[in-house]
Ligand binder design. Structure first.
Ligand code: SAH
Length: 351
């Protein structure tokens, strides 16, 4: 059965009109789903009995099953959810001064193969539907409703490559952003990509107000190809050209994500190359402490060296932030909770 959360407002309008209901019924339904966050059609008291019956017969509704919830000392909440086909995914909520940001997963596993990332330990099984991404948002929001917290920001930075699941991600964001629903502002929404160039161009042409973050992580092709296989398909020259195109069409600031790996991408040579790469853009560089992953040999740059890297960039005119670590005491690295859980499940099955 199709998930009701797969349908954006426009699709709900068509659904209503095609089946002999009224256009305003779509508004009512949308508000029930995302403002009141009602999880049973039966309780949607201002919908006709016929519409409620029609919906219940044809669409599924309801929150995701929470397999695990870890709450960190700093307030980070990390959820392991189960999807209807039994797959498990991670969603994280992080608290900042400016609000509460949800990190949404876009695929079950990931095929991009970045060598430092725990998500890639489990290969892509499938794309998430728009509704499954909406469900992450709704389930987390329902969980924190009682704490009086509202999700104010979305980053599509969980497991998966959002531009490898482009249409579903865009539908999800339209639903999250819609005025009649949760109304999360487009400027509070960020999509992060490892650099799928054709999709960056497509995104550029859509002229949304969403923020675009690029997982750069290395300022030259030799190193970037080593860290991120996607760079072999779309090397830095092509990536930068696509970003120039994006900036021409959109008057938006870009951000570059740069995890700091000791003795790998934190050298003075990297500083100079990064200065050259960023010069041509209105860009913010987010320096990110690396969350240790057991399965690979990378080590995070220590705090003092990270500060030095930051200062060198700043003194050469690159705007950047050194992000603080979140959820240090829980399995906060992307895909870590899930890969441990799935690993445990495999062992259980073997025993
Ligand atoms: N595929 C998309 C979005 C998911 S990854 C992308 O590549 O942008 C989200 C971000 O987390 C990326 O910048 C990724 O490189 C980074 N990341 C992956 N593993 C990490 C780790 N162990 N520590 C810190 N950041 C990590």
């Amino acid at each position: 059965m199709k998930l009701i959360y797969d349908l954006d407002h426009e699709a709900l309008v068509s659904l209503c009109l095609d089946n002999g209901f009224k256009r305003f019924n779509a508004d009512q339904l949308f508000k029930w789903l995302y403002r009141k966050r009602e999880t049973s059609f039966e309780n949607m008291s201002d919908l006709s009995a016929r519409l409620r019956g029609f919906l219940a017969e044809n669409y599924s509704i309801g929150l995701l099953k929470t397999l695990r919830l870890q709450v960190s000392r700093d307030g980070t909440r990390k959820y392991l959810f189960e999807l209807s086909d039994g797959s498990s995914i991670e969603t994280v909520l992080m608290h900042y001064d400016y609000g509460d940001s949800i990190c949404v997963t876009s695929q079950v596993g990931c095929n991009m193969g970045c060598t430092f990332c725990a998500s890639g330990l489990l290969k892509k099984q499938r794309n998430l539907t728009a509704g499954e991404m909406v469900s992450q948002l709704l389930t987390v929001q329902k969980d924190i409703d009682e704490l009086g917290i509202r999700v104010s920001h979305i980053v599509v930075m969980g497991t998966g490559e959002p531009f490898d699941n482009y249409d579903n991600v865009m539908t999800f964001l339209r639903i999250a952003n819609h005025d009649l629903g949760m109304g999360i502002g487009a400027r509070h929404i960020t999509i992060s990509t490892c650099g799928l160039v054709p999709m960056i161009r497509r995104f550029a042409e859509e002229k949304t107000q969403y923020n675009l973050a690029i997982s750069l992580h290395a300022p030259n092709n030799e190193l970037r190809s080593r860290l991120m296989p996607v760079n072999k398909a779309y090397p830095l020259e092509q990536l930068m050209e696509a970003l120039r195109y994006y900036c021409q069409l959109n008057n938006r600031r870009l951000s570059f994500e740069y995890i700091l790996l000791k003795d790998v991408n934190d050298t003075d040579e990297c500083v100079s190359q990064l200065v050259d790469l960023t010069r041509q853009f209105d860009v913010y560089v987010n320096l990110i402490p690396y969350n240790h992953v057991d399965e690979n040999g990378y080590v995070s740059t220590d705090y003092k060296s990270a500060m030095q890297f930051y200062n060198k960039l700043m003194s050469r005119g690159v705007r950047c932030t050194l992000r603080q670590k979140h959820g240090d005491d829980i399995d906060a690295a992307c895909g870590q909770l899930r890969s441990k859980y799935e690993g445990g499940r495999k062992n259980d099955q073997q025993n």
